[in-house]
Design a protein around this ligand. Structure first.
Ligand code: UFG
Length: 360
């Protein structure tokens, strides 16, 4: 079967590990490339257990172009899902060069290697952060982009621009850009999930660590926003739904690839297709606290505090384009997101580090 092997960069991370499981269940072969800076080999071992097969995994940094090229020489890769990158907003303000080098430099290396090896299908992990301060809600894909306030967000925007220029330069490229809203939850097995290093920046991993007693209480950043209860509103999406969005995007690229052979012989170019991956529902911080308390049976002590620098009041997307063109819709609700997060967190209170025999 052609179009079968997918290289997943950042495959050992939170989103990557869930994407791999869904791809394998859909019949794809997987190759993982990950520098393991913010991820653990233990997640791959657990994915292998769930999938019942070995996954070729390379501990390679995208900045090491020769090593990336070696992986392309060893495997007949048909598509790439590019998730590797640094993602902490605050850290990106302190270490902008590291973010530009890792995210933008890593991506241009990957794209060069792909081109040299004749691989032109790529799904890129972007973020709703590229929309900046929303001018209207829900956010649609044609909302203006680029008004990002931090280097992390700017790298996502720049990579989107690079991919767009590539498509203009060479009609062979097939690009899908996925703009994620807020991924939460974990795999049903409770064996893989989000395992941030250090103090979690994001709401749900922090809440999970409060529930298992690793942190005393949650700080709610801002209670005076123009939202129903004054706390920030976001579009939380179950990570398994998000993963299934990637599977749908790979199918779409394969389809486009075939169509191009038929119709795009005359120098026409195709821009990247861009999709919001969210539920379309805005949920507040206090709604999340309530839902997680219900799912876990634990009280989440919290204090209301000042707004966090750079945060916006509300951010939620319109996912109807993905429904129409990818035939994909998020189906898992808030209760399921919280129950699955709790299963992972309660079974792995110290994340992957607590695992027996873990080398990471
Ligand atoms: N929040 C708290 N306490 C915390 C952490 C978060 O109250 O300890 C609040 C935030 O103020 C916000 C909401 O919970 O209102 C969600 O915050 P997260 O940090 O979980 O997520 P963000 O929406 O700020 O950021 C996420 C991704 C970014 C991405 C951004 C925009 O983490 O990578 O969405 O798409 F850039």
């Amino acid at each position: 079967m052609a179009q079968k092997t997918v290289l997943v960069t950042g495959g050992a991370g939170y989103i990557g590990s869930h994407v791999i499981i869904e791809l394998i269940q859909d019949g794809f072969d997987i190759v993982v490339l990950d520098n393991l800076v913010n991820a653990s080999m233990e997640s791959i071992r657990r994915v292998e257990k769930i999938a019942g097969k070995k996954i070729p995994t390379y501990s390679v940094d995208l900045l090491d172009k020769n090593a990336v090229d070696d992986v392309f020489k060893k495997h007949k890769i048909s598509s790439v899902i590019h998730l590797a990158g640094l993602k902490a907003v605050g850290e990106s303000c302190e270490l902008p060069l590291l973010y530009y080098k890792t995210n933008v430099g890593g991506t241009t290396n990957l794209l060069e290697v792909m081109e040299a090896n004749g691989v032109f299908n790529i799904v890129f992990s972007s973020s709703a952060t590229v929309y900046g301060l929303p001018q209207f809600l829900p956010l649609t894909e044609d909302h203006p982009v680029g008004g990002c306030t931090n280097p992390y967000g700017k790298t996502k925007f720049m990579i989107e621009q690079i991919l767009s220029d590539l498509c203009t330069s060479n009609k062979k490229w097939n690009v899908a850009v996925l703009r994620y809203f807020n991924p939460v939850g974990a795999h049903k097995s409770g064996t893989i999930g989000e395992d941030p290093s250090g103090v979690p920046n994001n709401l749900m991993p922090f809440m999970g660590q409060v529930a298992v007693g690793r942190r005393a209480s949650l700080t709610v950043y801002g209670s005076d926003y123009d939202t129903p209860d004054g706390t920030g509103v976001r579009d939380y999406i179950h990570v398994v739904d998000l993963a299934l969005g990637h599977v749908a995007a790979v199918h779409k690229l394969n389809e486009q690839c075939g169509l191009k052979v038929l119709f795009l012989q005359n120098g026409q170019n195709k821009s990247p297709t861009v999709y919001n991956l969210g539920t379309g529902q805005g949920v507040s911080v206090l709604d999340m606290v309530k839902a997680f308390e219900k799912a876990s049976g634990k009280k989440i002590p919290y204090e209301l505090a000042e707004r966090r620098l750079g945060d916006i009041a509300s951010c939620y997307g319109d996912p109807s384009l993905a429904a129409k063109e990818l035939n994909w819709t998020a189906t898992r609700g808030l209760d399921e997101m919280c129950e699955d997060l709790w299963r992972w967190q309660s079974q792995n209170p110290q994340g992957y580090k607590g695992a027996e025999g873990s080398s990471q």
